[in-house]
Design a protein around this ligand. Structure first.
Ligand code: SF4
Length: 571
């Protein structure tokens, strides 16, 4: 019998994320297409992190008849404890595996590997026949053909695409149980959910850098297909969901989306979708969104206000609508056919602030905008940096909040209008870009963080993920979670509540809350406001404490002791 393995090297695309804690739809749909053919097929799923940690697991790949490798990033990302497989890593793994058929899926197969030295790497991969097939069309459709044709790769059309969004319905249901093989299953895994693909702006060619218009106008998944997929995942044990696989959630099920560049949103469809999800997954722990088009929000404020209220009613707080702004410079907007101008972006930020800036029950604002700025675009000059900085300053001056600011440079993707200029402008403005990032970090980001989250605010359900030196880093589960540095080495992979004590440029410093003063380590105790090295030493020497009274009695300054009580417990 066919032994099949899916190796998840993780993907990061503008409209889809599969780097843990996220699992993208790719492995789920692929598994579904295989089990749709034969539910008894021996299918294994492993991640690149499992191979990194236990290289001996390579035996799983060596024993497979066929391996589907999911990989590729078409946007540059920053990661905490997991990161996508590099081409060098894959070359090392697969040049030694000769008996199995090796099929590359995902953005790396469609557009090649991106990043420094990409042409050389892609040449090495093809010259050494590292992979037997590169899937250029829709993985799940082509893989279903491969399995039907008994692994005969000659018989499949590698460019084949799904006929419509409903064609993947069965695959999405059958493949949902593959999540159980993910090392983060079940409480630290967010399933990225597709609602549609394609962009209504494809009728004008779309933004110069983006590959989404290559998929044509939007092809919406029916509400019942999405809700039933979530129902199945929920029954499997998944509690974290993100409706992240689409260019603009506010445009889901817009009418005339194949005729209008900026179609009118459909609040009723969004209401049915969100209500449907909550009905089938009543105790979910995360329900977040991702991309939103600021021009749609600015052009249709009434409909979008209604949609934002629906989202807030059914989602979980800490949610972010990521605006692909790219640039505020009118020249760059014109040269790259970008979606929104400065007014649109400002209006959209203001609208979401008016509805979503309240702190929710997990300590984070309900729903705020995020901004993506992109450099290296056509028409960019040195003054583009000034114009963008002034716009960010205006947001700050007007007391508006952006939950996340993502500043990046283009990755030229084959097939997009920008591909021909490659990274010429990036190279030209290397210094400006570096200076801009620094200036924004120092003058904007920290100020916004302070405005968004007050000192002493409690943030709940933070997962501890990584130690760097004597600091533990953790995040909530969700879309663009805020990075939290906790002084001291805490156990990893636990869920804690924290209390904010300070701000970094893009992160906050917080203490576990409440802090057990009888058990906490020296570094954590020392970080309590008003406690320095000497007091921390005295607190440690005088342990244990059985009550507040005893603590105050043993402390050198009763006024400060009372302030410290705000952070600690004696359990
Ligand atoms: S609006 Fe622009 S960036 Fe967004 S999906 Fe369409 S083409 Fe891509």
């Amino acid at each position: 019998m066919n032994k099949i393995t899916i190796l998840d090297g993780y993907i990061d695309e503008p409209t889809c994320l599969g780097v843990p804690p996220f699992i993208s739809p790719y492995p789920r749909y692929i598994a579904g297409s295989i089990w749709n053919f034969d539910k008894n097929i021996n299918l294994k799923y492993i991640t690149i992190d499992q191979l990194r940690k236990n290289p001996e697991k390579i035996f799983i790949l060596k024993k497979s008849d066929i391996i589907f490798i999911i990989a590729g990033s078409s946007v540059p990302g920053k990661y905490l404890s997991s990161y996508p497989a590099s081409p060098q890593e894959l070359i090392k793994i697969f040049t030694d595996i000769n008996k199995s058929k090796k099929i590359l899926c995902g953005p790396a197969a469609k557009y090649g590997f991106t990043g420094p030295g990409r042409s050389k790497i892609n040449k090495i991969l093809s010259e050494n026949n590292v992979f037997d097939l590169y899937i250029k069309g829709d993985c799940e459709i082509i893989i279903s053909e491969i399995i039907k044709n008994k692994n005969d790769l000659e018989k499949v059309d590698t460019f084949k695409k799904r006929k419509n969004a409903h064609e993947i319905y069965n695959f999405s249901l059958l493949g949902s149980k593959i999540v159980m093989q993910h090392p983060n299953f079940y409480n630290q895994l967010i399933t990225e959910i597709e609602t549609y693909r394609g962009c209504s702006r494809s009728i004008t060619g779309g933004c110069s850098f983006c590959c989404e218009p290559l998929k044509g106008p939007p092809d919406f998944r029916p509400i019942s297909d999405i809700v039933n997929e979530i129902k199945k995942l929920y029954k499997t044990g998944i509690r974290h969901f993100r409706l992240g696989n689409q260019p603009c959630i506010f445009s889901y099920m817009s009418k005339d989306s194949d005729k209008e560049e900026f179609p009118k949103p459909n609040p009723k469809a969004l209401l049915n979708l969100f209500r449907g999800i909550r009905n089938v997954a009543p105790n979910l722990l995360t329900l977040h969104i991702d991309n939103a088009n600021p021009r749609i929000i600015s052009k249709y404020p009434k409909e979008c206000k209604e949609i934002a209220k629906t989202i807030i009613k059914y989602h979980t707080p800490g949610d972010v609508a990521a605006f692909g702004v790219e640039s505020i410079d009118p020249l760059v907007i014109k040269n790259n056919n970008l979606k929104a101008d400065a007014n649109d972006v400002y209006n959209a930020i203001k609208l979401l602030n008016s509805i979503g800036s309240n702190l929710g029950k997990n300590g984070m604002p309900e729903l705020l905008p995020g901004i993506n700025l992109l450099f290296g675009l056509k028409g960019e000059t040195k003054s583009s940096y000034k114009i963008n900085f002034e716009f960010l300053n205006k947001i700050l001056d007007n007391k508006l909040i952006i939950r996340r600011l993502n500043i990046r440079q283009i990755i030229p993707i084959p097939g997009t209008p920008l591909y021909s200029i490659s990274n010429k402008i990036i190279k030209k403005h290397k210094t400006e870009f570096r200076k801009f990032k620094k200036k924004v970090k120092e003058n904007i980001e920290k100020q916004i963080l302070k405005k968004m989250l007050p000192l002493g605010n409690i943030i709940s359900n933070v997962y501890t993920e990584l130690h760097i030196g004597n600091i533990t880093f953790g995040r909530q589960m969700g879309s663009y979670p805020l990075l939290i540095g906790i002084p001291g080495k805490l156990p990893l992979n636990i869920k804690i509540n924290v209390k904010i004590i300070d701000y970094g440029f893009r992160s906050i410093t917080a203490l576990p809350f409440p802090l057990d003063i009888n058990k906490s380590n020296r570094t954590t105790i020392r970080a309590i406001p008003s406690i320095g090295r000497k007091r921390a030493n005295r607190i440690l020497l005088n342990r244990p404490y059985s009550s507040k009274i005893e603590f105050i009695k043993k402390f050198d300054d009763s006024k400060i002791a009372k302030q410290v009580l705000e952070y600690i417990t004696f359990n």
